[in-house]
Design a protein around this ligand. Structure first.
Ligand code: ATP
Ligand code: MG
Length: 578
């Protein structure tokens, strides 16, 4: 049996994409002394999702590739929704994926003093002013890209006046939204983000780390380049929507350069640069923390780590191995094309990983009795079964066998089509690892449902091989009725019924929730399944990959098994669910 801890091998290599080329060219040119420092900057306002995993793999991957380092920075500049619970889980998830920031942990809130100082410096040099326009007025003044915007009445006020007002903002003298600090850049720029953007706003809200110290908070576009610069980040990679913000990023870096605030490392002045790549989107799910939080708060799922969630913790609980997530992020690649990746590609990567690592067991989900009429009633024996055909070192185990077994009800057919190689009257099948069995007759109830399948085994076929080499095409799995253990199983399916739950906008997405996305059933398994420990993977043969839930179990400690994925893509041919 294996656990996730042993699975972080064969780190995928992210080479060759345009961001790799970008960094490689800088290193070759000796920029920043050839040093590479990247960062992953989550906002602790929710749990990480698989989209974040893509950014994590890129940020940490590039640092590793160029012998640099990757910082973990909590981008906690908005006090309203941030918490330590989120921050702690973010750290846990990144480590679980197999990445380590070492001593380079930062928090934007620790840089609030410097951000404030930079804002004052800008005011003093006439490059920022306190504006009293309302939000609507501000938007109206800003205008549209095709025509110059209108200047705020405060734009040409004196630095002294602005400094005094900004200090009063900081002192808490003004209500939220009544004033803001704006950078004085260019009201006629075709780039709307350049039209005197807001860089500080008033928010009378306690911050999870700085408490009531501040009632003004920096805006993302101002804070992010400052954080990168103060940490000495060389390559700052983010998603495509920030591309139009890049001139502002560079503007802030230029101002910091003028103020002599850029980090000098080994004699090189570190000037951070930003580049953008397309975000990961997946079919049949949503990927915004805001929407995921709505699912949690409306009890549509059982918390952030519900195995149906696209969160890292949800996927962990569903049994996705960290290497599968990393391999998936690697296979989608880094580009600037906006696209949506099929959820089944992720599942395929999970199967490929678990195929290598998960032990096999036999379990019957929809049981019907099979009785071997020529096998003595009080006899039992054990057959050897291979634990993992992909990994010899996993060894073998013994499975108990007796006269009465359970098999899957749909492995029998009354009027089988020509290519049905399983149970039917007069047909011979292999009972996996045990013997060859020929069905002779069945017993049905009043409604015509089969209640017992009867037949005889070839006594010379023990182990499952034909004594005369005859071909038996069908192999089915089974469990011994008197030895089987009943296990609780959760069959998970897609959380949404449509590829794009946001097709009618983000306020309507919940109507596409899949009512059948969780199905709790009982299965009958061979006895060794009772010994699985929380956090272990198993393949129930012919059915799927399952994961012994790390938290839930029966009172006797037999785990609840979460279905990680079916063995084949049951959504590919039609959208009828299995
Ligand atoms: P969300 O929209 O889900 O709330 P976010 O971008 O607000 O996400 P952050 O915590 O700010 O969340 O994200 C941290 C980093 O992860 C950012 O650099 C962001 O660009 C990146 N990121 C977020 N979502 C994705 C995604 N779907 N694909 C790739 N990178 C992403
Ligand atoms: Mg964000």
């Amino acid at each position: 049996m294996n656990s996730d801890k042993q699975e972080n091998t064969n780190t995928p290599k992210q080479q060759g994409h345009f961001l790799y080329q970008w960094i490689a060219a800088d290193v070759a040119a000796g920029k920043n002394g050839g040093n590479v420092v990247t960062r992953f900057p989550p906002e602790p306002n929710g749990y990480l999702h698989i989209g974040h995993a893509k950014a994590i793999c890129l940020d940490f991957g590039m640092a590793e590739e160029f012998n640099g380092r990757c910082h973990l920075r909590m981008d906690d500049t908005n006090p309203l929704k941030e918490s330590d619970e989120y921050a702690d889980n973010i750290k846990y998830d990144i480590k679980w994926l197999g990445f380590d920031w070492g001593e380079y942990f930062y928090s934007a809130a620790d840089m609030f003093d410097q951000m404030y100082q930079i804002a004052e410096n800008l005011i003093i040099s006439g490059q920022a002013y306190v504006c009293s326009l309302s939000q609507e007025e501000w938007k109206e003044y800003r205008g549209v890209p095709t025509e110059p915007g209108k200047e705020s009445p405060a734009r040409n006020t004196s630095p002294e006046e602005n400094l005094a007002l900004f200090r009063r903002m900081k002192a808490g003298e003004f209500a939220d939204g009544t004033k803001c600090l704006r950078a004085k850049i260019d009201m006629s720029s075709p780039n709307i983000h350049f039209r005197d953007p807001v860089i500080y706003r008033i928010m009378h809200a306690a911050h999870y780390h700085t408490g009531d110290k501040w009632c003004i908070y920096p805006m993302y576009d101002f804070a992010h380049p400052i954080e990168d610069a103060l940490e000495g980040v060389t390559h700052s990679m983010c998603t495509l929507e920030f591309e139009v913000h890049r001139p502002l990023y560079d503007w802030v870096i230029d101002r910091m350069d003028e103020m002599g605030m850029l980090v000098i490392r080994n004699g090189n002045k570190i000037r951070p640069q930003q580049r953008e790549f397309s975000r990961l989107s997946l079919t049949y799910t949503v990927m915004s923390k805001r929407l995921l939080l709505q699912l949690v708060e409306n009890n549509k799922v059982d918390g952030w780590d519900d195995p149906r969630m696209p969160t890292i913790c949800g996927m962990r609980r569903r049994g996705y191995p960290p290497m599968a997530i990393r391999n998936f992020c690697d296979s989608v690649g880094i580009t600037k094309f906006i696209s949506t990746t099929d959820f089944s590609l992720l599942e395929e990567t999970v199967r490929a990983e678990l195929n290598r690592t998960a032990e096999r067991r036999l379990a019957v989900f929809n049981p019907v009795k099979l009785i071997i009429d020529n096998y003595p009633e009080d006899q039992e024996e054990f057959f050897d079964a291979v634990n993992n055909p992909e990994d010899e070192s996993a060894g073998t185990r013994k499975i108990p066998f007796s006269r009465e077994l359970y098999v899957e009800a749909d492995d029998y057919m009354k009027d089988p089509p020509r290519k049905f190689f399983r149970l039917a009257i007069g047909k011979e099948v292999r009972l996996r690892y045990a013997c060859l069995f020929t069905c002779t007759h069945v017993i049905e109830d009043d409604n015509g449902n089969v209640t017992e399948i009867h037949g005889v085994m070839d006594m010379d076929s023990r182990g499952g091989t034909a004594p005369d080499g005859r071909t038996v095409r069908g192999t089915i799995h089974w469990v011994s009725a008197k030895h089987a253990v009943e296990i609780p199983v959760r069959l998970y399916d897609r959380l949404f019924t449509v590829e794009d739950p946001l097709q009618d906008g983000s306020s309507n997405f919940m109507k596409y929730l899949n009512e059948d996305s969780i199905n709790e059933v009982k299965a009958l398994a061979e006895p060794s399944v009772a010994k699985f420990k929380p956090g272990e993977h198993v393949q129930f043969e012919r059915s799927g990959y399952f994961f012994a839930d790390p938290e839930d179990s029966r009172p006797d400690n037999i785990p609840v098994f979460n279905r990680t994925t079916t063995l084949r893509d049951s959504w590919a041919k039609n959208s009828s669910k299995k």
